[in-house]
Design a protein around this ligand. Structure first.
Ligand code: MTE
Ligand code: MO
Length: 521
């Protein structure tokens, strides 16, 4: 019995060593080819949309960690089985390890932007993993005369499966030392992989030229006045992140370029410097995710610097019949944007800086697209590398294949930031406050609040950052003890009122009115 557990642990430890080695080699070559990441990314792509939605809802921004954890959990369980198989015959265990890593190698090679070298981390993982298993199994001495419960006698290195072998102090020490050395090796390789990854991901300063068409200074918002309200400007560090990537692509700015091709008169290519040399515009734009539920966190406001999308398209010369702008990122991920919406005069832009800094890697370094009024999944391609002018009939983007809408303007919405859901607050004078957005609809004209189902009251609005930007709002409230239900809604410049009809995020964004309960002492 003890020997079974020991062999299972052998399998787990050997596989951990292999995974660490694969991760280290991947850090040096291409981080996305790390075996666990490759499998994890494949799982993401294969996950049905409703399960993905469920995961985003339940784990929020932790969804990536949960996914990696689950993949690792599954791998380690199978690794334990590999250890048990090795107890019978070493080659069986090694065979399962090869199979496991084979799946990783296969997925790594079948990522959209995979190259041949992407198989190297998997090779490193399998050689190290099988080697580690062999070292461990070899440590268990043969027990002459012990009754093997299998055919292991024929397997070199997997001879002693009897507990008797372990009762010898010598061999137990040998096993422990080998296991200790391997565990240390796994930790060192894992740590080195991390450090190398961090060093490679460091972004150097960029001197951005001033915008030819700058944004007016953003007025001071209600940040100080209304404690607990969302800051008027979201810092880069606090900006929500939603994408299909498990890791962050590490793009080299010097070799990066943006290609414009498809139904154009001439195919063009721009380096980062080429973009900086063009007239730049600067805009305050609120970005939000189709997966955001009413009252949810996937929305942020930032100042973007970049080139007008239409300036680039004009240079290339767009041909008749185009209805889709098809963006491809450095990893082959694709996003389709309706051509007519992106070119209707709104400030669609190819962004080089966010809040005065280079785009953080998480948010698309070196370059991304931002289109006011459209959800991110049909417009805001990060790590963009190619823009293809095409038609919806000809090309399906990543989310279109998963049956999300192709035409998805951001629905007008509002959120209560303070007090928080189920918060307990003292009675007396306080504020109800939050943010609201109504892009491309004349901006936020009004926000209204309803307390305990009574009449809607107009809230006070914070200053405007333009129609493409969200707006803070608040209403003073004399909170009386008991439980209270608070709701809010936005009215846009065209008089349209935020609907109370509920819709799920799939396929074109959530709707409804946020309503929350607070307890006043
Ligand atoms: N390359 C790439 N770009 C992408 C995505 C992605 O998965 N891959 N996700 C999109 C989605 S769904 C949204 S909402 C925005 C989010 O941008 P952020 O993470 O910078 O907030 O990026 C968009 N751009
Ligand atoms: Mo999104």
């Amino acid at each position: 019995m003890r020997s079974r557990l020991m062999y299972a642990l052998f399998g787990v430890l050997a596989t951990l060593v292999g995974v660490a080695a694969g991760h280290l080699v991947a850090a040096l070559l291409n981080p996305a080819s790390s075996p666990v990441l490759a499998v994890g990314s494949q799982v993401i792509d294969l996950t049905p949309t409703d399960l993905k939605e469920w995961a985003i809802r339940h784990f929020g921004s932790n969804d990536k960690r949960v996914l990696i954890g689950s993949v690792m959990g599954g791998v380690l369980m199978l690794a334990g089985v590999a250890g048990l198989l090795a107890r019978r015959r070493f080659v069986y265990g090694a065979g399962l390890q090869v199979l496991l890593v084979g799946v990783a190698a296969f997925t790594a090679l079948h990522r959209p932007a995979a190259e041949g070298v992407d198989v190297v981390p998997s090779l490193a993982a399998v050689v190290t993993g099988v080697g580690a298993l062999w070292l461990l199994v070899r440590r268990v001495p043969a027990v002459r005369g012990a009754q093997p419960d299998d055919d292991s006698a024929a397997a070199p290195g997997a001879r002693g499966s009897g507990d008797a072998a372990l009762s010898s102090g010598h061999s137990r020490r040998g096993v422990l030392i080998t296991a200790g050395v391997l565990a240390a090796a796994a930790a060192v390789m894992g740590g080195a992989g991390r450090l190398i990854g961090q060093a490679r991901a460091k972004i150097s300063d960029i001197a951005f030229p001033a915008a030819a068409d700058a944004a007016p200074a953003l007025p001071a918002g209600l940040d100080r006045q209304v404690p607990g309200i969302t800051p008027f400007r979201t810092s880069n560090a606090d900006f929500y992140r939603v994408d299909t990537r498990l890791d962050v692509p590490v793009v080299d700015i010097d070799s990066w370029s943006l290609t414009i091709d498809g139904m154009v008169d001439k195919k063009l290519s721009f380096s980062f410097q080429d973009l900086l040399d063009m007239p730049l515009i600067e805009r305050d734009i609120t970005l939000t995710c189709v997966s955001n539920s009413v009252g949810g966190p996937y929305v942020g406001g930032a100042r973007w610097l970049g080139v007008r999308l239409t300036d680039l398209l004009e240079q290339a010369g767009v041909q008749d019949g185009v209805d889709q702008i098809f963006s491809t990122d450095v990893d082959g991920m694709t996003i389709g944007t309706p051509y007519d919406l992106a070119t209707d005069g709104r400030d669609a832009m190819i962004v080089v800086a966010m809040n005065g800094e280079p785009l953080p890697r998480e948010h698309g370094y070196p370059v991304r697209m931002v289109v006011p009024g459209l959800y991110g999944f049909i417009s805001a391609c990060k790590w963009i590398e190619k823009i293809t002018l095409t038609t919806y009939a000809d090309q399906d983007s990543y989310w279109t294949k998963r049956e999300w809408a192709t035409d998805a303007p951001i629905k007008i919405s509002s959120r209560i930031d303070t007090p928080k859901v189920l918060e307990k607050i003292p009675s007396g004078d306080t504020f109800i406050g939050g943010v609201a957005w109504a892009q491309q609809n004349g901006g936020v004209a009004k926000v209204q609040v309803r307390i305990d189902g009574e009449a809607w009251q107009d809230a006070q609005l914070g200053p405007s950052g333009g129609n493409d930007y969200w707006r803070q709002w608040f209403i003073p409230w004399k909170a009386t003890s008991g439980s209270h239900t608070l709701a809010c809604r936005v009215v846009d410049g065209a008089g349209q009122v935020q609907t109370d009809v509920r819709a799920d995020p799939f396929p074109s964004g959530s709707s409804g009115v946020q309503s929350l309960v607070v307890t006043v002492a």
